[in-house]
Design a protein around this ligand. Structure first.
Ligand code: GLN
Length: 499
């Protein structure tokens, strides 16, 4: 495809980086073009903060660095960050009233690394409050609309990231995934997203929701673009005690590395893909099942073999996650007390009253619900029955995966039981959203890497994602598998009408 400045929003991270290296387009041109698009599509609600001036000055600096022969792998490529990553040069809200007007004194490691690789940040992207949600309906700053059908949700909690990438406002964006928040919005919005193994990306400067589960990752329009972004974002960070101590990874090179025994027409020859029977229940929506099966048939054509496996505790992952995540959240969110930063109630009688009013005003309903659940399951008398029991089951869920990985190399299934629902359709019933997390929670609890790859369309023409789950640190294998699928199919290249 010939690059023209009128269609450069269709170019991905790799395409733009190559075009900038070849000097067919400058970072200033690309940045200005995408800023114009973001301004033309504000009704999507994907951006919480768009900083044209800062973006253009970063783009000018990127062009100057390139002219001076100092370009990095992402020099000049425009991106934006989920508003859960703190940034020194832009506000950070975490989708909460509690942090309205908050500005961090430092950049999150993920933000700093992308900056160091040369990426230009356009701004901050909408998300569920403190990343708690599956539809971006819990943001204090309003919902995000799915570009495939603006009456529907984009998924969550990285809903702004997914919608902006799907609408071609950005070639890629950062997201975070605690129980599915990269994979599920990627699936609902028809983009590609990867949550790496716990510990691969630093959590430093990522506003904490559930620290034992939170992971950062990219959303983009292809596995290749995700590989480029993840290589820049990831790596050991001494500021995060749970950061994995391993050398920097070139995920793009890993993605391109041919499998042993692979042929040109069968790049996945010998790859065993495990299908957990629990991921294909009778209640799975027919359109989702159909699309996932089509994608699996494509993977078979590429040489993969499908094997039946079992993850018997899949259903238990819902109560286990909805005990552990709120427990950690109730502890993490205690820092928002109105004393050192964030919102503080205007009028109060004494210190306790100040805490109470500040938190009652600053937090939304879902966040309050989780703080209460978390406090309850950690309280004396219930700790053993709930929290400790959940921890034991979490370990068993992780062991189930290890059993599966003796029979297969990669696990596949749907990302979510349905396509994106209508905004407001769940009528504020939180249980419906919790239950819809069933296929993403197991890998999160086990700390395993997971991906969502576009796999066609279902009801109402809405996108469906195929989930791929790998063993620890097998991001390269997931990206290789997804890339092979994307070389053979074009679902990931489709754009929503009007974008
Ligand atoms: N939907 C899940 C929740 O509401 C996951 C959110 C996430 O991964 N941040 O907790």
């Amino acid at each position: 495809m010939k690059m023209s400045t009128t269609d450069l929003h269709h170019w991905g991270v790799a395409g733009l980086a190559q075009a900038m290296a070849a000097k067919t387009v400058s970072s200033v041109e690309a940045t200005q073009h995408l800023l114009n698009r973001a301004q033309a599509h504000t009704t999507l609600g994907s951006f919480l903060h768009l900083d044209a001036e800062a973006a253009l000055s970063a783009a000018r600096a990127a062009d100057a660095a390139r002219a001076a022969g100092q370009a990095g792998p992402l020099t000049g490529v425009p991106l934006a960050h989920k508003d859960i990553f703190v940034t020194a040069d832009m506000p950070t809200t975490a989708g909460s009233k509690m942090l309205a007007n908050y500005r961090s004194p430092f950049d999150a490691t993920v933000v700093a690394r992308l900056k160091a690789a040369g990426a230009v940040s356009l701004g901050k992207l909408n998300c569920d409050e403190y990343a708690m949600g599956s539809a971006n309906e819990n943001s204090a700053y309003g919902p995000v609309h799915n570009p495939w059908d603006t009456q529907r949700v984009p998924g969550g909690s990285s809903g702004g990231s997914a919608a902006a990438v799907a609408a071609r406002l950005l070639p890629g964006a950062t997201g975070t995934d605690t129980g599915g928040s990269i994979r599920q919005p990627a699936s609902f919005s028809g983009v590609t997203g990867i949550k790496p193994t716990y510990g691969v990306c630093s959590r430093y400067g990522m506003i904490a929701f559930a620290s034992s589960l939170d992971q950062a990752g990219p959303l983009a329009r292809s596995a290749e673009d995700c590989a480029l972004l993840l290589s820049a974002m990831s790596g050991f960070d001494e500021r995060d005690a749970t950061s994995a101590e391993r050398p920097a990874q070139d995920f793009h090179a890993q993605m391109l590395t041919a499998r042993e025994g692979a042929t040109a027409s069968q790049p996945l020859k010998g790859l065993r893909i495990g299908l957990p029977q629990e991921f294909f229940p009778a209640a799975l929506a027919q359109d989702v099942n159909g699309a996932v099966r089509n994608a699996l048939a494509e993977l078979e054509k590429l040489g993969a073999t499908l094997v039946d496996v079992s993850l018997p505790r899949t259903e238990l992952s819902i109560p286990v996650y909805y005990i552990i995540a709120p427990a950690e959240a109730s502890s993490n969110l205690s820092r928002f007390d109105g004393v050192k930063f964030g919102h503080r109630a205007a009028r109060y009688d004494d210190l306790i009253d100040m805490y109470k009013k500040t938190r009652a005003e600053g937090f939304g309903a879902e966040v309050k619900r989780r703080i209460m659940i978390g406090t309850y399951v950690l309280s004396h008398g219930y700790y053993d029955a709930y929290y400790l029991q959940a921890q034991k089951l979490r370990r068993m869920i992780a062991e189930d995966f290890q059993r599966c990985f003796t029979q297969c190399d990669v696990i596949a299934g749907p990302v979510a039981p349905t396509v994106a629902w209508k905004i407001g359709e769940q009528g504020g019933d939180p249980l419906q959203a919790y239950l819809a997390d069933i296929f993403t929670l197991p890998a999160s609890l086990a700390g395993l890497p997971g991906m969502s790859v576009p796999a066609g369309f279902g009801e109402g023409g809405m996108p469906v994602g195929l989930q791929l789950i790998g063993n620890y640190f097998a991001e390269g294998q997931l990206l290789h598998t997804a890339h092979a699928l994307q070389q053979a199919t074009d679902w990931h290249t489709r754009a929503p009408a009007g974008f």
